[in-house]
Design a protein around this ligand. Structure first.
Ligand code: APR
Ligand code: ZN
Length: 369
C-alpha cells in the first residue's frame, strides 16, 4: 500500500487577530488513523470565520470551515472513504456511536463536536506547519488551504454529480438556516415568522419558512440594502430598527397581530435574542437562536416571557446530523443555492472576501482554490 507523504501546498495563514491573511507554503502531514486528507475545491467565507479571526487568541491559524473537496488519501482504519470521493467538510461531526448520535433528539456529537482549541480531536495535535512551526486548525476543518486533514467523522460523502462550487454553502450557513426552519422550529403552514439578521443564515431561514408555507415573513436588519435581496428569499415585510422611535418588538407585535409564531436570531447579538423573545406571541411563540455572539454571551429576559408560554430554543447546524442528513439535503437543494452566491473569487483574493463581508456587501463569497 502507498503510504501518503507530507504535502507542501499553499494556504492562507492568519498570523494575528484582525490582520490580513498571508499566503504561505505549508506542510500538511498525512492523515492519522481515522482521518482523511482532502484536496479543497471550494470554500465559502462564513461570518463565524470572521468572528473568530477578530476575537480569538489562537494563532497562527488556518481558518475556513464551509468547504467542498475531493479525498486525496485516507488514514488507517478509514473504510468509509476512498481517494476520489467528493465530500463536504463539517464543523460538527457525527461519530454515530455516542449517546447523542444514537438519539433522534440531538446532533451534538460528544466525540466530534465543535472543536474550539484549534487542534484535531484525536490527539490534540495539528496537521499543518510553516517552516517547522505548528499552525492551528479552525473547527477541525481549516479549509483555507489547498489540502487539509479532517477526521473522517467530520466529512460527508456527497454525490459526484453535485457541483462542488455550489454545495460548499450547504456545509454550514445555508444548511443551518434551512434546518432551523424545518428541524428545530418545524414551521407550519400559514405561520408568521420574524427573522433578525438577513445575512446568508437569516435568508436561508426565510427560504425554509417560505417553502413551509409561512404566510408572513418579517425581516429585521439595520442595513437597508438587504431588503431588495431579501424579497427573493420570501421576506414579505422589511423592518429597519433605526427607522423607528419605538422598540422594534412593538412594531413586530403590531404588524403580526400580537406577536409572531416564530422568531429567529441570525445576527450573533444576545441583545437581539431578548428582542426576538419579546417579538413572538404568548402561548406558543418560539424563539430559535442561530447566531454566534462575539461579546456579551449572557442573555437577559424577564421571567414573564416564559410564564406566558414562550420557548427559547438553541440550535447548532440547524439540528442536522451531518452524515445522516446532509447527502440527501445536497441532492434536494444543490440547485437552489445560487441566489446566496453573490461573489466568486480566486484563492489569493480571500482577503477581499473578508472585506466584502465586513462591509455587509455580500452574502456568500465562494473561494475557488
Ligand atoms: N440589528 C439588526 N440587524 C443586524 C444588527 C442589528 N443590531 N447587526 C447586524 N445585523 C445584520 C447585518 O446587517 C447582516 O445583514 O445581521 C446580518 C448578519 O449577516 P452576516 O454578517 O452575513 O452573517 P451570517 O453568515 O448570515 O451569520 C449570521 O449566524 O452562524 C452565525 O456566526 C454567525 O452570528 C452569525 C450569524
Ligand atoms: Zn457522536
Amino acid at each position: 500500500i502507498d503510504q501518503p507523504n507530507v504535502i507542501t501546498c499553499k494556504a492562507m495563514v492568519a498570523w494575528e487577530a484582525g490582520k490580513d491573511l498571508v499566503m504561505e507554503e505549508v506542510e500538511v502531514s498525512p492523515p492519522q488513523p481515522l482521518e482523511i486528507r482532502v484536496k479543497v475545491i471550494c470554500t465559502s467565507l462564513c461570518r463565524t470565520d470572521i468572528t473568530a479571526w477578530e476575537s480569538q487568541a489562537i494563532f497562527p491559524r488556518i481558518f475556513g470551515h464551509e468547504a467542498s473537496g475531493i479525498v486525496e488519501s485516507v488514514g488507517e482504519g478509514v473504510t468509509e472513504f476512498v481517494k476520489g470521493d467528493h465530500v463536504l467538510t463539517v464543523f460538527t461531526g457525527e461519530c454515530k456511536t455516542c449517546k447523542h448520535c444514537e438519539s433522534k433528539k440531538s446532533n451534538m456529537c460528544q466525540v466530534l463536536g465543535l472543536e474550539r482549541r484549534g487542534v484535531m480531536h484525536s490527539d490534540q495535535g495539528t496537521r499543518f506547519s510553516v517552516k517547522g512551526k505548528p499552525v492551528y486548525h479552525y473547527c477541525a476543518v481549516s479549509s483555507f488551504s489547498e489540502y487539509t486533514v479532517v477526521h473522517s467523522g467530520c466529512a460527508v460523502k456527497v454525490s459526484q454529480q453535485a457541483p462542488l462550487e455550489k454545495i460548499c454553502l450547504l456545509s454550514c450557513g445555508v444548511a443551518a438556516g434551512l434546518g432551523a426552519a424545518w428541524n428545530v422550529a418545524d414551521i407550519s403552514k400559514g405561520s408568521i415568522v420574524v427573522i433578525f439578521g438577513l445575512g446568508t443564515v437569516g435568508l436561508a431561514v426565510a427560504q425554509g419558512a417560505k417553502l413551509r408555507g409561512a404566510s408572513q415573513i418579517i425581516g429585521v436588519d439595520i442595513n437597508p440594502e438587504k431588503y431588495e435581496k431579501a424579497k427573493c428569499f420570501g421576506v414579505t415585510d422589511f423592518l429597519n430598527p433605526n427607522e423607528y422611535n419605538e422598540p422594534i418588538q412593538q412594531v413586530i407585535k403590531r404588524i403580526s397581530g400580537g406577536g409572531t409564531d416564530y422568531s429567529f436570531e441570525c445576527i450573533g447579538n444576545t441583545g437581539m435574542v431578548t428582542t426576538a423573545l419579546q417579538s413572538c406571541c404568548d402561548g406558543w411563540g418560539l424563539t430559535v437562536t442561530l447566531g454566534v455572539p462575539k461579546t456579551n454571551p449572557e442573555i437577559a429576559s424577564h421571567y414573564s416571557a416564559f410564564l406566558s408560554g414562550k420557548t427559547l430554543k438553541g440550535s447548532l447546524f440547524g439540528g442536522w446530523k451531518p452524515k445522516s442528513d446532509l447527502p440527501s439535503l445536497v441532492n434536494k437543494y444543490m440547485n437552489r443555492v445560487d441566489e446566496f452566491i453573490t461573489h466568486n473569487l480566486p484563492f489569493e483574493d480571500i482577503n477581499k472576501a473578508f472585506t466584502l463581508m465586513r462591509e455587509g456587501k455580500c452574502l456568500r463569497c465562494v473561494i475557488h482554490m
